[in-house]
Design a protein around this ligand. Structure first.
Ligand SMILES: [Zn+2]
Length: 432
């Protein structure tokens, strides 16, 4: 890529970062400086060209760079204009593919009966003899006990899974650079600034009625897949790479592909453990793993269904063509649209009730709600298909490493992510 343009970009990026840090400290941005920055970024953006089907690394980087830049200018422009943020703005900012959003409703239609069947099957095959109670973390003795228990389990899982994954893919070695810790917050996280990986004690542990603390093995595996093999590995491997600077940084335009990657590794971790009796033994789940795995399969469908239903509801709630959102007849129509696919008979009504105040003066559904669509990207599924079309699957260590390193090196827009898979699978681009 043109080194002068890259240098100019680096300069603008650092001003942008400074503004962001400034905002987090003083809760305001320097408005004039931001307007200047927007202007400079737009000038730079116009010097770059986007190739729809890049044939080499050079064309690919320039196109991706332009997408990243236009994501930035787009959100800055919307912000500085003071105009309402629309659903379309959100879709554009996250670089969501139209196919992903259009595909939600047909997928729900095709999977509603299957999902209801899965719930009934789970009910008839699972022994639900106990309540799984939340930990009484208000009691210091229980909290201490749970902290120790969770920390030991997390360390053990991390070590044993690390050994397993290292044997399966070149990406595995990087797991040793990450150390997950037990966290007291409700939601597990990977923090990009501190590189800290916190696994929520409350979500991986529960209490039985007799007060003993138990591990939710399935949950811990899922979280290690999502936060560890997904978010943390992507950061670690990216830091280690020689990519152009913008591809080493994360911003709203790269979140959709990042979350698609984490969802992929949630699944991968289960399949890896399924194939290794030794690791199942090491994790003390050899006897119960078949059950854990079957449960995971059923719950995966249920989870995917509920998420798709949630995204579909957001699209319905945000659809301005249906009319004024607070008009009772419009609410009724939306309720009917959502009810077609909801499993819980109360779902449609509570979605509408809980969100009835979440609209701006022009009837746009609030960005805090529509931003959930960032999890709806299917970029990874398409990239896996691209690899499969070139005979590259998760079958050998070599192939798997090829896919994993492609997925986990760098931060890309969903479009860039797919283009990279295309170039790598055709051997027209080497990962730096
Ligand atoms: Zn995530």
């Amino acid at each position: 890529m043109n080194p002068e343009l890259l240098e100019e970009a680096r300069r603008l990026w650092s001003i942008d970062k400074k503004i962001d840090r400034f905002n987090s400290r003083y809760n305001t941005i320097p408005f004039r400086e931001a307007a200047n920055l927007l202007n400079s970024m737009q000038i730079l953006e116009n010097k770059l060209s986007e190739t729809p089907n890049p044939q080499n690394g050079e064309e690919f980087y320039e196109s991706e760079f332009k997408r990243r830049l236009s994501g930035k200018t787009y959100s800055m422009e919307t912000y500085l204009s003071g105009n309402p943020f629309t659903l379309n703005d959100m879709v554009k900012l996250y670089g969501l593919d139209d196919r992903d959003l259009k595909g939600i409703e047909p997928w729900l239609a095709a999977n509603k009966e299957k999902t209801l069947d899965a719930i009934e099957r789970m009910f008839s095959t699972t022994d639900v003899v106990n309540y799984e109670l939340g930990l009484s973390l208000d009691i210091p003795r229980i909290r201490q006990q749970a902290e120790g228990f969770a920390a030991t389990q997390i360390a053990n899982y991390h070590q044993k899974l690390g050994g397993l994954i290292e044997g399966l893919t070149d990406a595995g070695i990087y797991l040793y650079k990450i150390s997950p810790e037990a966290s007291a917050v409700d939601r597990s996280y990977f923090n990009h600034l501190t590189r800290r990986l916190g696994i929520s004690i409350g979500s991986i542990c529960f209490e039985l009625e007799d007060g003993t603390i138990q591990l939710r093995e399935r949950e811990l595996l899922t979280l290690i897949g999502h936060e560890g093999m997904g978010h943390a590995l992507q950061r670690t491997i990216t830091d280690d790479s020689e990519l152009p600077f913008f591809a080493k940084e994360q911003d709203p335009t790269t979140i959709a592909s990042e979350e698609a990657i984490t969802q992929h590794y949630e699944k991968v971790v289960f399949d890896s453990v399924k194939d290794s009796k030794k690791v199942q033994k090491d994790l003390h789940i050899a006897d119960t793993f078949d059950l854990i795995y079957q449960e995971e399969m059923d719950i995966r469908l249920l989870r995917e269904y509920n998420l798709s239903l949630f995204y579909y509801s957001i699209l319905v709630l945000a659809d301005k063509s249906l009319g004024e959102p607070r008009d009772p007849s419009v609410m009724k129509m939306k309720r009917e649209l959502i009810s077609q696919y909801s499993l819980d008979p109360r779902y449609a009504m509570s979605m509408i009730e809980n969100n009835k105040h979440n609209y701006d003066m022009e009837g746009n559904f609030y960005p805090a709600q529509t931003s959930e669509l960032r999890y709806a990207s299917k970029a990874v599924n398409r990239a896996l298909e691209i690899f499969a079309n070139h005979g590259i699957n998760y079958d050998t260590k070599n192939h798997r490493s090829h896919i994993d390193m492609t997925f986990l090196t760098g931060y890309f827009t969903p479009t860039g992510f797919e283009q990279k898979a295309q170039l790598v699978s055709e051997d027209r681009y080497e990962l730096p």
